[in-house]
Unconditional design. Structure first.
Length: 426
């Protein structure tokens, strides 16, 4: 457990008296509106109260739509004022390296105490010299699907290849039960689908040298060609306009048969089992399963969604913020939040794979080790600021979206390649 002050966290809790150094300090933590509401409630109520008692720090937890966080970060660093901590997504810390405080001491302590960080967590929050943010969690993305509907079209288990996936989806769409996938400009379900699709056909943005742009390749073009067939034959074509919540609503209303998602659909179906029913009147939760990304010619790949806590250098509460970060990332405190997630988010450190929560529900098991099999944008190079810029501009997602709207795959790839090349040349 991380130590706080001379007596450590255990001593503070035992004394039930906040340390004098932090009295009156308020820490402002900006986060996303979690897809598991119980977790936000825990932070605002119990965790905030315990923070006050243990550290003498008043915790202000502000939550916004995840698609709005980046604008808030940019505005804050430009003005030099704003939240003390940003819970940022993907490889965004790389974009703000010049404005992020060095949190290497905290990150190294957390890693040493909790079995080390997953590689995907380190890749997005470490710039090769220092930690730009402390990895907090990883939202695993798999396909939520209706087990009985897939069985009706001949798939007793989730399709293992993209061609099987298209075949199943084509049959399901003919029954009025299409696949659902966003290709919109939204933070999670769009890039975590399009990047693995590209990788599974052998496409990539750059070579391992991190400079040679190779997006315009036969492999990438073939992945885009496949996407146009999948979209036409199997998908709900309204997905072009979806954000990360539209597919949840579509699935729970029974209008789509499968969608790439975190476990939030399943968790919501368990939270209100009488509100989400199958066409037979039974709880939908009993008909939901999770399947991993189908394989293409190059294999099966995943891009799971990492979250990190970044402290901007402008913060006037850096000492108190550092103490808070040690506290919230400590095993005893983090576990409280982790349990409320019920597997929707895994910890950024490997120790959480062994938590008893994984013994409670076999439907959630695909998420247990999800972070071990992920890649991050920028492959085969590093997930640096240039790779982060490509993510935030939705270059890869737009490549597929333009193609399904009628642009020739070759042209869509060529234009995306040109934009990636401009970014890497900058």
């Amino acid at each position: 457990m991380a130590r706080i002050g001379g007596g450590g966290l255990a001593g503070i809790l035992a004394s039930a008296q906040a340390p004098a150094y932090a009295q009156g300090t308020t820490i402002h933590w900006l986060r996303w509106n979690d897809f598991v509401p119980a977790s936000d409630q825990l932070l605002r109520r119990e965790i905030a109260q315990e923070c006050q008692r243990a550290l003498g720090i008043r915790l202000n937890v502000e939550t916004v739509n995840a698609n709005d966080i980046q604008a808030r970060v940019t505005s804050a660093v430009q003005s030099g004022s704003g939240p003390d901590i940003f819970n940022v997504l993907n490889n965004w810390p790389q974009l703000y390296a010049q404005s992020a405080a060095d949190v290497s001491d905290i990150a190294e302590e957390v890693a040493a105490a909790q079995g080390g960080f997953y590689e995907v967590a380190k890749a997005v929050a470490h710039d090769g010299r220092r930690w730009l943010a402390v990895p907090f969690s990883i939202v695993g993305n798999t396909f939520a699907y209706r087990k009985s509907w897939f069985e009706e079209v001949g798939y007793a288990e989730f399709p293992r290849t993209w061609e099987q996936f298209r075949d199943a989806g084509q049959k399901l769409k003919a029954k009025g039960r299409p696949l659902g996938q966003t290709l919109g400009q939204t933070f999670g379900d769009a890039p975590t689908f399009t990047y693995p699709l590209m990788w599974s056909f052998g496409g990539k943005e750059v070579e391992a040298d991190g400079r040679t742009v190779v997006l315009n390749s036969p492999e990438t073009i073939e992945s885009v060609r496949f996407m146009t067939r999948l979209w036409r034959d199997a998908c709900d074509e309204g997905g072009l306009a979806w954000d990360d919540s539209n597919n949840n609503r579509a699935f729970l209303s029974g209008t789509i048969s499968a969608t790439l998602n975190g476990a939030s659909i399943y968790i919501e179906s368990m939270r209100r089992p009488q509100s989400y029913l199958t066409d037979r009147g039974t709880p939908m939760k009993d008909d939901i399963r999770h399947g991993v990304m189908p394989a293409g010619p190059a294999g099966s790949f995943h891009f799971h969604l990492p979250f990190s806590n970044m402290m901007p250098a402008y913060s006037r509460n850096q000492d108190a913020t550092r103490r808070f970060l040690r506290w919230i990332h400590s095993k005893d405190v983090f576990e409280r939040w982790f349990v409320t997630q019920r597997g929707f988010s895994v910890g950024a450190t490997t120790v959480w794979e062994q938590h008893p929560i994984w013994n409670e529900d076999p439907v959630m098991l695909p998420y247990r080790n999800a972070a071990r099999v992920g890649r991050v944008p920028g492959y085969a190079g590093t997930s640096n600021a240039k790779a982060a810029e490509i993510v935030t501009k939705y270059v890869i997602t737009n490549m597929y979206a333009r193609a399904v709207q009628g642009i020739a795959p070759e042209q869509a790839v060529r234009e995306a390649h040109a934009e990636v090349a401009r970014i890497y040349a900058g």
